[in-house]
Each structure stands twice: as C-alpha cells, then as structure tokens.
Design a protein around this ligand. Structure first.
Ligand SMILES: Cc1cc2nc3c(=O)[nH]c(=O)nc-3n(C[C@H](O)[C@H](O)[C@H](O)COP(=O)(O)OP(=O)(O)OC[C@H]3O[C@@H](n4cnc5c(N)ncnc54)[C@H](O)[C@@H]3O)c2cc1C
Length: 457
C-alpha cells in the first residue's frame, strides 16, 4: 500500500511541476536623460517577458510619462525589443529598452532572439475642423484655449506623445515690462527703456515696434491670464533680473525685469516648470479642443484657388490624415533640432539645442510652400552659455492679427503663425539666447486663436 501511495505522490508531483511555470525577476539598468533607469523584469522559464516594472527613475515625469507606460507594454505585447522610441522621450525609451536587455542577459537570455519588428497596418483618414493648430506647445495651446473658448471646433496636431514642446522645458521665467515704480523698486529697466534696449539688440530688418510695444504693454495681463488656469493657490512670483543684461553702461548692467512664477516648492526647486503646460493643457481640453498626438504635419493643403484649407499629417503607426480646416495656425516652435538651419543662423561653432527633437522648423517650410516671407537673426554665443541654445531666432513674419505675411507684406488667406516661429520681429537676440520668450509665445497664441475664431463666419 505504501508503495502505491509513494508512486501516486511522485506522479502527482511530476505532473504539477510539468504544468508549473517558473518565473524569476531580474533588475536591469539603462541610462536615461537624467541618469540611471532601473526596471524589474519577470521572465517565465520559457523566456517569455511576463512583466516589466519601473523600479527607479529620475526622468522628468511630464516628458517621460508616456514612454514609461508605452515602451514596457509594447515590449510585452510583441515580445520584442525592436520597438520605436516614443517621440520626444527618446532617451527614456532607450533607457527602458536597454534596461530590459540588461535584465535579459542576467537571465541568460539572448537579446538577439527578441528583435522581431512590429508591423503596423495604417489607414488613410479624413478629418475636419474649424481650426487646425500644428504644434501643442505653449503658443499652440494658448491659441486653442482662445479659439475653442470662442466656440470653434479646434484640433491640435502634435508630433510628440505629450503636449508642451519646449514650453515643458521652460524654467518659468517670463519677461515682463514693469511699471516705472516697479522698475525703480527692483532696479530694472522700465517698459519704454526695455523696448529701446530690445530694439538695439534686434534684427533691424524685422523688428516691429508696434508689435513689440503691444506685447510689452500686455505682459502683466498675459501673466495673469496664464495664472488664472492654475488650480492651486501656491504660485509664487519672484522678481529677478533677466538672465542677461541688455547692456552695460559705466559698469552698471541694464537689466530687464523677469518674473519667475512657480508653485511653492518643498526643498530644491525643480528645473522645469510643468505647471504652465499642465494648466494650459487642462484649459484647452476644458474649452473643448481635441488632440491628435504622435502625429506630424508634413504638408499644408491648398484648394483650387491656392488658398490654405488644411494640412496633411501622418502618425508613427502608418496612419495618414487629410485634415480640412477653415483656418490653420502654425505653432511649431523653433528650429533648434534642425542642425543645418541652426548652424546657418548662429556664430556658434557647435550649437547644442536643449529643447525637443521635434522642433525642426517645419512651420517655416510650410509657410514658404505658400509664399510666406521669412526672416532670421544671428544667434550670439553669450558668455557663460557654452553654445547651449534655448531658443532660435527666425521664421515667419506676421502682422498684429498673427496672420502670416507674404513677400509683399500681404496676409496669406487662412494662415496664422505664433510663438517662437514668429519671434524674430518682436524679441531681440539677447533674450532669445537666454530663453526668455515664452510670454510672447503665449501672447501671440492668444491673438491668433481669437482672430482666427473671429474670422470664421
Ligand atoms: C531648456 C530650455 C529652457 C527654457 N527656459 C525658458 C524660461 O525660463 N523662460 C522663457 O520665457 N523661455 C524659456 N525657454 C524658451 C521657451 O520655452 C520656448 O521659446 C517656448 O517654449 C516656445 O514655445 P512655442 O509654443 O513657440 O514652441 P514649443 O513649446 O516648442 O511647441 C512647438 C510644438 O510643435 C510641435 N511640432 C513641431 N513640428 C511639428 C509638426 N510638423 N507636426 C506636429 N507638431 C510639430 C513640437 O513637437 C512642439 O511640441 C526655454 C527653452 C529651453 C529649450
């Protein structure tokens, strides 16, 4: 009897073991934008990747969030390391992939066996909107808030997997034209002298006095508009001298007055100031604007009369989009990630752009395709900035309604441009080099959104 029982237990044990899957966890590591990213990966005994969890990361949350969610799920779903990086979060995406690869090697698995490409089957889609905005950075979001707030059907098309563009990298310092009293109190230039100083450092061919003065005169109102979208009550203003003086006479630097606005920080202040983008995104969504993310505009569409009537775009999953719209607002930011254009418009030996890789200056190309006038200023290499580029100076020329102008200074029908793409006529090279331009980006976005909405019957 004992023998029978022993045999029965043995058979049962073997059967259970045969059906059991052994799973083990390995911790791999990869290098991201801000340092090491560690992931815990669970492999089943047949080599299946069963789970990937981020164990440690100091990547910037607003930028890395989508990659942190998307890359592990793609790797697991397709059992491959051959997944494309999330646009705008390439460093984080690669860090996660390398960390999984590292864990694989520790588990005795060969990463070469996990390289099957993912095949996406795309569709041709047609969409329609009153206003299509290309670029969901600070200027595009501001345009969307105004246009959707005016009851228009607004679609934002954005290359990256998240909204924000370079605005997400912004330290939160906004240039500000102080009153005479504030100028005296803080020892800075007042609005009029700030205007004159900017003019001296601007590109004389393109600087637009009226537009610059209008912008400066609205700088406080613009800041209040932005702050109005923030949920909390812990925003703190600090009045700082602008990063760089406009001029230095008799050894005394003539500073702009900038305001750095950020939520009250516990401990060390964060480098990037995501509250601006978070607040704008929420306000744009609340106003009814829709987002098409991970989608890159590649062509401006014109009708039989040559009038702008929409855009063509494509996404990374093979889908293409023909988007017809009554008005198009170009809000594609600067051209810092277009190295040849950047090099052409700076004295710097090896300029290095600190903003997103998606900012390649497509808006300029789009404008030129319908006859727009362009202008550039030369970006100086400021002492202490080590050829690091915070913003680029050049792009499309617009009027006070943010309409794009052609070579005869006539407005091109249905086409608006905003933000860094249009800065050359308002900001000077000093402020540009120092990255003090987001207040113009927001303000110009607001103008375009309101004007485009109003121009639609
Ligand atoms: C590191 C850094 C720090 C900075 N700090 C400050 C600061 O403290 N204060 C300040 O005032 N300014 C600062 N700046 C400058 C400021 O952030 C930018 O000038 C501003 O964000 C530009 O706003 P924008 O809306 O014009 O462009 P962005 O915010 O760059 O938005 C443009 C958007 O267009 C998208 N896009 C581009 N091409 C396409 C296409 N073909 N199809 C679809 N989408 C497209 C991009 O992905 C991007 O999201 C800083 C810049 C950097 C890089």
């Amino acid at each position: 009897m004992k023998k029978v029982l022993f045999a029965f237990i043995l058979v049962l044990t073997i059967a259970l073991l045969a059906g059991t899957c052994f799973a083990e966890t390995y911790t791999g590591s990869g290098i991201g934008r801000n340092g090491e990213v560690k992931v815990d990966v669970i492999f089943e005994d047949n080599g299946t990747i069963a789970d990937i969890a981020i164990a440690e990361s100091s990547e910037t949350p607003a930028i890395a969030a989508y990659a942190v969610e998307r890359i592990p799920s793609l790797i697991m779903e397709h059992q491959t390391l051959n997944v494309d990086a999330v646009s705008g979060a390439t460093f984080t995406s690669n860090a996660i992939k390398n960390a999984v690869k590292d864990a694989m090697k520790q588990a005795g698995l060969d990463p070469e066996n996990y390289q099957e490409p993912i095949v996406y089957t795309g569709e041709e889609k047609s969409l329609d909107a009153d206003i299509v905005i290309v670029g969901a950075g600070g200027s595009g979001l501001s345009a969307a808030i105004e246009a959707a707030g005016a009851g228009k059907n607004v679609l934002l098309v954005e290359s990256n997997a998240y909204a924000g563009g370079a605005t997400l990298y912004c330290g939160g310092m906004v240039m500000y034209a102080p009153t005479a009293e504030e100028a005296a109190e803080f020892g800075s230039l007042d609005a009029e002298s700030l205007h004159q100083g900017m003019k001296e450092n601007a590109s004389p061919e393109f600087f637009n006095d009226a537009l610059n003065m209008d912008y400066l005169n609205h700088s406080l109102e613009n800041l209040q508009w932005l702050k109005g979208f923030y949920d909390g009550d812990d925003l703190v203003d600090s009045h700082d001298p602008g990063y760089v003086p406009l001029s230095s006479e008799n050894g005394v630097a003539s500073h702009t007055l900038a305001i750095t606005v950020r939520p009250k920080a516990e401990g060390e202040e964060p480098l990037v100031n995501t509250w601006i983008v978070d607040s704008l995104v929420k306000a744009a969504r609340n106003a009814g604007a829709e987002f098409l993310l991970e989608t890159t505009a590649d062509q401006l569409l014109t009708d039989a009369n040559g009038k702008v009537c929409g855009i063509h775009a494509s996404d990374r999953y093979g889908n293409t989009y023909t988007i017809t719209a009554k008005k198009v607002i170009l809000a594609t930011g600067g051209f810092g990630s277009n190295y040849s254009l950047l090099k052409e418009h700076t004295d710097m030996e090896r300029p290095f752009y600190l903003g997103p890789t998606s900012n390649k200056g497509w808006g300029i190309e789009a404008g030129e395709s319908v006859g727009a006038k362009t202008g550039y200023a030369n970006l100086p290499d400021l002492p202490g900035y080590d050829s690091m580029v915070y913003g680029t100076v050049g792009g499309l020329i617009v009027n006070e309604k943010a309409e794009v102008l052609d070579k005869n200074d006539a407005a091109i029908d249905n086409l608006y441009a905003v933000g860094e793409l249009t800065c050359v006529q308002v900001l000077d090279t000093v402020h540009f080099s120092a990255g003090e331009n987001s207040s113009w980006n927001l303000y110009s976005g607001r103008i375009a959104g309101a004007e485009a909405a109003q121009a639609i019957q």
